[in-house]
Design a protein around this ligand. Structure first.
Ligand code: NAD
Length: 486
């Protein structure tokens, strides 16, 4: 049974229940994760709050030294972290390594805090009066993470939170809690003062306790839309700020002038990479015109059938399993609804050839003649399913995209600058790719979708996240004296 990390020590959870942590490539249990209680949250928040009273006075240039110490430790452990990600999540080692490196980039960017956290000064806002602003840390922040990026997603928040002088309580997904166990071992090696970083395991009870605890100042959430909404609303009701990133339904538009081979390869990788378990994964390819539709269909059928599926630890494998049997069943249900109930055409059947494999495998499926009202066009699939639809014009594609509420990201494939400009300006999703299948901004930019894919006003990471983790004080000052002793 894995442990919590509180006040600089590994401690057993108060929770009596636990869930299995399973390697999805084998279906075999690796370890067990305790389902913590509000008592665990109280213990961790108490430690984090006590640590904050000291940590907030540590100069920012000293605070970031712990991140500078952590960076080489993370670099030296990339392979170990990547294989942990592959074992508990299932994605291939190449994908896992990439996600660990994206996490490390967050640590690098957060070392810029002395610049990000600077305030402003204006002399003589009125005669003899100056105005100063400063950004102060607020206290304890909580992070709640999803299963699909065990190494990367928590890094979107905590390095920025602690570099700006706050303390942190992280709750990883109970399905993939092992990667951050190792990361906490590495954090401990930096000598970070106890209580600054804490780890609590569990599910809904822990999440609710974090969103309602009076000493938690803000919550950072990533996961499905219903839970994002719950976290955002519960946090707000309890006087906290919150940034809650939710689910996605991502559309890709193929224009007739797209560089067809490259664009189709990019689109396929977007849809099936990480077995489709990415919030930026493409889902429906809207092909503009009959000829584009035919060309995309041919290429998708050819390439999807060639993808090698298996245990992500095997370097020859291009796609790993999905996370669980429950997830696999949900995806199978969506394929069935499209084909059996809604009359879409199954061109490549990813259900074939996986029965004898251990774990939770699916091969890529390609489904054509998809229309907007079908269930499969509306719901997030989070699995390796390519959906093909035909539209007449770019305007029609944009209108379709803008009727969807899960507006995380969208991509346009084209060689036309004016088309790209129009698309970027008119589509609702906040993260846009032009000839990019997974338009993931880097650590030094912000990250977050729109509508039901993002609840809040300040997006994750990048320089702007300092606004989320600090409160601004505005000091208007006049210094008067009745003597001129100086
Ligand atoms: P999830 O919502 O089931 O779980 C996320 C977290 O919430 C976990 O830590 C879990 O323990 C907790 N949780 C689950 N049910 C809860 C409940 N009823 N009340 C309170 N807490 C609860 O999400 P998941 O299945 O782990 O992750 C997949 C989802 O995350 C997908 O929808 C995906 O699009 C989304 N996601 C979004 C982004 C983004 O940037 N927008 C990034 C990654 C993943």
């Amino acid at each position: 049974m894995i442990k919590d990390y509180v006040d600089g020590k590994w401690v057993p959870s108060f929770g009596k229940d636990s869930v299995s942590i399973v390697n999805p490539a084998t279906g075999v249990e690796i370890d067990r994760c305790p389902m913590g209680t509000s008592e665990d949250v109280n213990r961790a928040v108490k430690a984090a709050h006590a640590a904050f009273l000291e940590w907030r006075h540590v100069p920012v240039a000293e605070r970031i030294q712990f991140l500078f110490k952590l960076k080489p430790l993370l670099d030296a452990n990339v392979e170990q972290l990547a294989s942990l990600v592959t074992r508990e999540h299932g994605k291939t080692l190449v994908e896992a390594r990439g996600s660990v490196k994206r996490g490390i980039q967050m640590v690098e960017t957060a070392t810029g805090m002395p610049t990000f956290q600077k305030g402003e000064f204006l002399e003589d806002i009125a005669r003899g009066i100056d105005c100063v602003t400063m950004r102060q840390p607020m206290g304890v922040f909580a992070g709640i993470a999803p299963f699909n990026f065990p190494a990367m997603v928590p890094f979107w928040f905590w390095p920025f939170a602690i570099a700006s002088g706050n303390t942190f309580v992280l709750k990883p997904s109970e399905r993939v809690p092992l990667t951050h166990q190792l990361i906490f071992d590495l954090i401990e090696k930096t000598g970070l003062p106890k209580g600054v970083m804490n780890l609590v395991h569990g599910g809904k009870e822990v999440v609710t306790a974090l969103c309602t605890h009076p000493d938690v100042k803000g919550t950072c959430f990533v996961g499905s839309t219903p839970v994002a909404k719950y976290v955002y609303e519960t946090s707000a009701k309890h006087g906290k700020r919150s940034q809650a990133l939710g689910g996605a339904k991502n559309f890709m538009v193929m224009l007739p002038d797209a560089v067809m081979d490259k664009s189709c390869a990019t689109a396929l990788e977007s849809i099936i990479g990480c077995a489709g378990e990415r919030c930026l994964a493409g889902s429906v390819i809207l092909c503009v015109g009959d000829e584009t539709y035919t060309q995309v269909k041919e290429r998708m059928v050819r390439s999807a059938a060639d993808v090698s599926v298996g245990d992500g630890m095997d370097p020859r494998v291009q796609m790993g399993p999905v996370i669980s049997q429950e997830s696999k069943d949900r995806i199978l249900g969506l394929i069935k609804s499209a084909v059996d109930d809604d009359g879409a055409k199954l061109l490549v059947d990813g259900r074939i050839g996986v029965d004898q494999m251990p774990g939770y495998f699916l091969k890529p499926s390609v489904i054509a003649d998809v229309t907007e009202k079908m269930r499969v066009s509306q719901e997030e699939i989070f699995g390796p399913v390519v959906l093909l639809a035909k539209v007449k014009t770019l305007d029609e594609a944009i209108a379709w995209i803008n009727r969807s509420n899960l507006a995380n990201t969208t991509t346009l494939f084209t060689q036309s600058g004016p088309a790209a400009r129009k698309f970027s300006s008119e589509v609702a999703p906040a993260m846009i790719g032009i000839n990019i299948g997974v338009p993931a901004p880097m650590s030094f930019f912000s990250f977050g979708g729109s509508r039901d894919s993002f609840f809040g006003d300040i997006k994750a990471h990048g320089a702007n996240s300092v606004q989320f983790f600090t409160d601004e004080k505005i000091i208007t000052q006049r210094w008067v004296s009745d003597s001129n002793v100086w």
